[in-house]
Write a protein that binds this ligand. Sequence first.
Ligand code: WTA
Length: 649
Amino acid sequence: MSSEALSNLLREDRRFPPPPELAEKANVTAAAYEQASADRIAFWEEQARRLHWDREWDTALDWSNAPFAKWFVGGRINAAYNCVDRHVLAGKGDKVAFYWEGEPGDTRTITYADLLRDVCKAANALTELGVKTGDRVAIYMPMIPETVVAMLACARIGAPHTVVFGGFSASALRDRIQDCDARIVIAADGGYRRGAPSPLKPQVDQALTECPNVRNVIVVRRTGQDIDWTDGRDLWWHDVVERQSDQHTPEFFDSEHPLYVMYTSGTTGKPKGILHTTGGYLTQVAWTHWAVFDLKPDTDIFWTAADIGWVTGHSYIVYGPLANCTTSVMYEGTPDTPHRGRWWEIVDKYKVTILYCAPTAIRTFMKWGEDIPAKFDLSSLRVLGSVGEPINPEAYVWYRTHIGGGRTPVVDTWWQTETGAILVSPLPGVTSGKPGAAMAPLPGISADVVDDSGNSVPNGSGGYLVLTEPWPSMLRTLWGDDQRYIDTYWSRFPGKYFAGDGAKRDEDGDIWLLGRVDDVMNVSGHRLSTTEIESALVSHPMVAEAAVVGATDPTTGQAVVAFVILRGDVDTEGVDIAQELRNHVAKEIGPIAKPRQILVVEELPKTRSGKIMRRLLRDVAENRELGDVTTLTDSSVMDLIRENLAKQP
Ligand code: WTA
């Protein structure tokens, strides 16, 4: 779209400079940008030395076989040793690694010494079951401490794990087990969600009817639900792990040894197995966790409110925080169980200092109202983070004001499963934050915004986000599919990593992420971002949440169709809602962005990771048969939307 229209919304002039006391003691200062740009490789080598290497690398980066990178070549390292043993050996065994809070209110406190004992036992159990270095282990668990233990036990013996989010179906689990040919599955009977036990074992049983190579299932008893049992195959965690020795000598692996495979959906049906390896990944998650959140390991209480089944959980619940000897909070359940203040109760109880979550959660809290967090003492918070989707300025400001008490920097962190760690983000002690902007590539990261031909765009223009140099925690390939790796990420702009995200460089040169390029619409030859229109809609006092799609239109190519949820507390008597909102969008962005249709709905279809499924909304907007709805949190949402629309004029 024309950049004038676009910048109306993006010309956000609120600025939030770092609090002086934070800036004064910040882990990272502006000098890091200069240091890293003077010698990017030396910068990453310095960060790699934060870790324990049994043997140091010979070459920091081997890019001779691009786009297949090798980092810290020749180095030998063990991820679990770095996350656990190292801290215990340094006398930090009594330090709390996790304050775990179960949804029903049960709690556990796990120290680094506890973690070491449990990881050693689990590693011994896996070895007893015949798991060897390089074998894959699938993990299908709720948010309980054993999930972390299972991952670290795999890492300790060099068996790459593939954690499958507990909300995925049996067939999704089957596809992932088959794709990486896992031989062992670690699961639980179930976990607690929305006040009730939610089963997991039945999905494992169903998946395994088509996975003949799986020898054993280790089952953690969490809920005590009745489950089916296959003798010889199924083993209780408390039988097979508890009796093991708590001593285990770790082996050190090549820096490029596979650490894990995490599946993520691509544009086609087949999920992509993103492969992460050890040395570079651990270096970058550890450094970014320390830098972006200004982590003070001795005093901070850190909480990533995400599921371990997603990359955010891998990098910022498990590997980054543990590598930094952090005390974290881990919560099993949903934010509204047993009441809508649960998160704030947890922040208050554990005096959480750093909170990291997704904009979709923030907008939900906005919808529930600011009087809920206001009932709790949130004054311990000092840094807030956002991840997973573009954060609209209203949500950013609400988060900063009502959760952060107007004091806390908000770091809007851009990254992907593929990137392994945060790449574009403000630094809380350095950057004056702009609501809605991810701002700038971190030190050591080379990113650019390019046009269709791959040329860098000038300030004030939009384009595609690309990465122009390899980074330590980048994916190494797609599991078993090097060609798809090349095609998906390295072919659109030769020599550059194509992230699939639209971006804009504003007049100051700062970066705004505009959503997936597949969500960018082209209306009468103007490029419009779904995110920007959603952001404009949400900035209207009547609107709680909005999702925008581009529907095929015979005259304009695509037309903007908006689905909105109204705020419960607003009186809409006598208001022409659609007209009011269309005018509002025209005012915020420009007449070109006016939605052709505005549809008021009760709910939006979301994936279990909280992403709005625009594809389904596009189907509705274009009157098509609905596509696959199996990854929806609640597939009846679509029926509701249809019914509801039938009643609208
Ligand atoms: C989106 C999650 C805007 C983006 C860590 C990316 C964001 C996709 C942001 C990756 C952000 C993530 N601002 N968009 N701060 N963070 N995204 O693999 O479209 O689940 O490509 O990784 O989420 O999602 P994934």
